[in-house]
Design a protein around this ligand. Structure first.
Ligand code: DAH
Length: 340
């Protein structure tokens, strides 16, 4: 009987295992079948030999299990090395996910678009590198007009006809040249001016332009549209006021203020104790501009407005320094994490 154990032991030792399939065959043959069968033989053994027999079978069992485990580990390591994924372990703790946040300027731009889309405005855009016609001339800036110098323009050195657009009003011109009225659109985008960077000014910033051209569009439509915008953006108790102003491309022109959303008009250091905060410029599109763009100024009228997106964002989220928008400081950006 002890010879049976010896024979099986030599078989276990000699058994060739190269693949997971060989390993499984080994397990079924020895661990599951033949070694338990030897155990089952115990009752045929003379009682005085049973102890030795039992010890020998147990030793063989240990040997087979060790061989199985050792080869199993080697095969597992080899398959991982070969890039084969270990089975997914659903009980492992999750890797914490680093969620980003929407940039505050994007939040504001998205909100502006949402407000105007609901009242029938489309979104349009145009190039950031513009020619003199679209940025100035078509907008009724005569050559050598001082208003051209008001906007510190980045011109292309080799071709002074080409510049980085100083305002999104250039997109108005492109729209009117390419579409027939009625036109109702907002045009958000980047603009560029040669200004020193400070808490209140930057050489790259964002504006949103608005344009509505149709028959019988009046100043009332302009006022009501901007009033609606101000209430949606800053809260339903917000008031607006128009201050007469001058822009070459609108007549009459007005600057638009909203009631200070911090002191509700009582006066504080943000509104410099006036109770009002400026958000942009506006007016009725000058008939010259309509004609420059091929629109019949006898038949059509329209209004336009332009607002600073940084300015609106600073007022809405009470941000004191414009440079924060471009510094990519995560301590600043993280504060907008829960907003969409
Ligand atoms: N383009 C002007 C600026 O950048 C803003 C502006 C004023 C736009 C009046 C308009 C407008 O459309 O009607 O200062």
């Amino acid at each position: 009987m002890l010879e049976d154990i010896q024979t099986l032991k030599s078989q276990v030792e000699a058994y060739q295992i190269n693949t997971p399939e060989d390993l499984e065959a080994f397990r079924l043959k020895f661990v599951k079948k033949e070694i338990p069968a030897l155990m089952g033989n115990m009752r045929n053994i003379a009682p005085e030999n049973r102890k030795d027999y039992g010890l020998a079978v147990n030793e063989l069992k240990g040997l087979a299990q060790e061989k199985f485990k050792a080869i199993q580990d080697t095969l597992k390591a080899a398959s991982l090395e070969a890039g084969i994924q270990a089975p997914l372990d659903m009980t492992l703790p999750i890797v914490p996910h680093q969620l980003g946040s929407v940039h505050p300027l994007t939040l504001t731009q998205n909100r502006i678009i949402e407000i105007f889309e609901r009242i029938g405005f489309n979104v349009a855009d145009g190039p950031e590198i513009e020619d003199d016609w679209h940025n100035f001339t078509a907008l009724n800036f005569p050559p050598n007009h001082p208003a051209r110098e008001m906007q510190d323009t980045f011109f292309l050195e080799k071709d002074p006809d080409i510049a980085l657009r100083t305002h999104t009003s250039s997109v108005q011109v492109r729209l009117m040249e390419n579409q027939k009225p009625p036109i109702r659109a907002i045009m958000p985008g980047r603009v560029f001016r040669n200004e020193a960077i400070s808490a209140r000014a930057h050489c790259i910033f964002h504006q949103v332009e608005g344009l509505y051209i149709d028959e019988n569009v009046s100043l009332i439509d302009l006022k009501q549209t901007l009033y609606h915008f101000a209430k949606e953006m800053f809260g339903k108790n917000t008031k607006i006021r128009f201050r007469p102003s001058y822009f070459p491309f609108t007549e009459p022109s007005a600057e638009v203020d909203i009631s200070c959303n911090i002191c509700q008009g009582d006066g504080c250091n943000v509104c410099k104790y006036t109770g009002w905060l400026e958000i942009g410029g506006s007016g009725m599109v000058d008939p010259n501009v309509l004609e420059n763009c091929g629109i019949d100024s006898e038949k059509y009228t329209g209004f336009a407005f332009g607002m600073g997106i940084e300015r609106i964002t600073m007022l809405k989220y009470r941000i004191q320094d414009l440079r924060l928008f471009t510094e990519n400081d995560v301590r600043f950006l993280k504060q907008f994490r829960n907003l969409v």
